[in-house]
Design a binder for this molecule. Structure first.
Ligand code: AMP
Length: 201
């Protein structure tokens, strides 16, 4: 299956991407993770991306699109993939569609995790990750950057919802609830309901 996971920062995309990709037995491909790995490894790509990320802005499309095209060409993505954090602009979505079409492929479904903004701000300001055994706040989870990331989401990424709706690919998922509840809703939307799992519809 080829799936895109959409949703604002703080909606739980990273967590759901890992779990859902595990169930589908496809790689979870997170552009944010690829950028962060490159930033900490101080690669050329990381150096190019860092200033945009720290400001809460999107890395330019040409850099991001080329990176995703290379990643999708790797052998593990032949069986399918779950994209987390890509596409984030209509231009990226158009590029994805044409890259897949060149391979005779298309997306099977786009899942949009829906959470209201008040809850997002609450979640992001409390979010921590563990680096070298220590809990740290992501540079771009600082309050002023969070505001900018939400604004960028509203302006540049939210239009993808209508874009994929028009193609009949969109399923909106209520992302309030436990990880298991949200996963169950997502699996149901993918036509793979899980028996015995909590499912609030
Ligand atoms: P994420 O972990 O998905 O929240 O991404 C963290 C940051 O990486 C974003 O705020 C952007 O600066 C950058 N980024 C991730 N994915 C993309 C993308 N598809 N297009 C542009 N920038 C991206």
């Amino acid at each position: 299956m080829r799936v895109v996971l959409l949703g604002p920062p703080g909606a739980g995309k990273g967590t759901q991407a890992q779990v859902i990709a595990g169930r589908l037995v496809v790689p979870a491909i997170s552009t944010g993770d690829i950028f962060r790995t490159n930033v900490s490894g101080q690669t050329e790509l990381g150096k190019e991306a860092k200033a945009y990320m720290d400001a809460g802005d999107l890395v330019p499309d040409e850099i991001t699109v080329a990176m995703v095209r290379d990643r999708l060409a790797e052998p593990d993505a032949k069986v399918g993939f779950l994209l987390d954090g890509f596409p984030r602009t209509i231009a990226q979505a158009d590029q994805l569609r044409s890259s897949l079409a060149d391979l005779g492929q298309g997306l099977d479904r786009v899942l949009e995790l829906v959470v209201d903004e008040e809850e997002l701000v609450r979640r992001l300001s409390g979010r921590r990750m563990v680096v070298d055994g220590q809990e740290v706040q992501r540079e771009d989870d600082k309050p002023e950057t969070v505001r900018r990331r939400l604004e960028v989401y509203r302006e540049q990424t939210a239009p993808l919802s209508g874009f994929y709706q028009a193609q009949g690919l969109l399923s909106q998922i209520d992302a309030i609830g436990s990880v298991e509840e949200v996963t169950a809703r997502a699996m149901k939307a993918l036509g793979k309901p899980e028996h015995g799992q909590p499912d609030a519809g």
